[in-house]
Design a protein around this ligand. Structure first.
Ligand code: DAT
Ligand code: MG
Length: 151
């Protein structure tokens, strides 16, 4: 089943929104298969944001994600990547719809609270950057058949 990497960024953790953010993904039906609080190193941050290396905001992106602890999650479900990005909202919170995490809790692009992978391929790559195999748990929920039409 499809997997995505979610990061509650430093502002989300510092503002006490971690639980609210996790709640929204859980309520959506996504299954948590990995989760931990970590301090991201500059090395890991630069790897995670490598595709943005040439962008003018790369330095501030790395500074932001390493500025304070984050909560990283691997989530699994049907269309996990697209579903999670819908729950997160547009990159710029000023343009994110009400009802999305960024639209409900954010104002600025450099404080947009949460990361979600942008493709199933990148989901797997990003999860492997943040989690060891031993930190990921394949499991079934008793509610799965009420969320997934086919398992
Ligand atoms: P997303 O996080 O929605 O996947 P992205 O992958 O295009 O967005 O960019 C990664 C992060 O970089 C994004 O969460 C915020 C920052 N960012 C993107 N575009 C930016 C811009 N034009 N100015 C400043 N920061 C930007
Ligand atoms: Mg992105």
């Amino acid at each position: 089943m499809e997997r995505t990497l979610i990061i509650v960024k430093p502002d989300g953790v510092q503002r006490g929104l971690t639980g609210e953010i996790i709640r929204r993904f859980e309520a959506r039906g996504l299954r948590i298969v990995g989760m931990k609080l970590i301090q991201v190193s500059r090395e890991l941050a630069e790897k995670h944001y490598d595709i943005h290396r040439e962008r003018p905001f790369f330095g501030s992106l790395v500074d932001y994600i390493t500025s304070s602890p984050v909560v990283v999650m691997a989530l699994e479900g049907t269309n996990a990547v697209e579903a999670a990005r819908g729950t997160i909202g547009a990159t710029n919170p000023a343009k994110a719809g009400a009802g999305t995490i960024r639209g409900d809790f954010g104002l600025e692009i450099g404080r947009n609270l949460v990361h979600g992978s942008d493709s199933p391929e990148n989901g797997l790559i990003e999860i492997a950057n943040f989690f060891t195999d031993a930190e990921l748990v394949s499991w079934g929920r008793d509610t799965d058949r009420w969320i997934f039409e086919t398992k």
